[in-house]
Design a protein around this ligand. Sequence first.
Ligand code: ZN
Length: 204
Amino acid sequence: MRKLLTVQDNEERTAYLGREYHDLQDRIRRARPGSENRKKLLTERDHVIGRALNAVPWNLIDVFGVEDLNGITRGKHGLGKNKEFRRKRLPWAHRSVLERLLAKAIENRVLLIAVYARGTSRECPNKVQPCGCASALNRKGEVFRCIACGYTADADRVGAHNIRSRTLAILALRRDWQREHPLGRSRGRPTLRAKDALLCTSAA
Ligand SMILES: [Zn+2]
């Protein structure tokens, strides 16, 4: 199933938000430019984005990890990203999604961390049998199936999991940095609470 956002919290509970998004996107692509129908669909898409972002429990989280926004929005100059990749990513790059995600984070004093996006949907997250295989063959569309160990899961869930791991790694570095540079704390930067409620997301 295609969705706008896949989010995962620290207890690895996963939620898929904006399931209507991609169907709408297809209908918008087919609608005649300037038609009433297209305008209606665009408004509907705005509502879908709004509902998806509102479904994130902003008041309960301190940190929100996302795939590197610059990498995704770099568009036709994106390094190593072919045309197909860009076409697929375009809906997520939609300016209003990014703007509204940033606005939500600021409004709720949530720290937004962008992580390096490459390979997030390829790395095998198998913990029972630590694997680490990161072959491009691990992902086929919406299904992740590790060619080394056979671990199988929804590809976006795997993406969200890996973004969360990378976000945690950045947080750990940041904590070390704050410990070693106490001045950094007095500048009113958000301090991380112990519970570390964390949501990470992967855009489909
Ligand atoms: Zn594996």
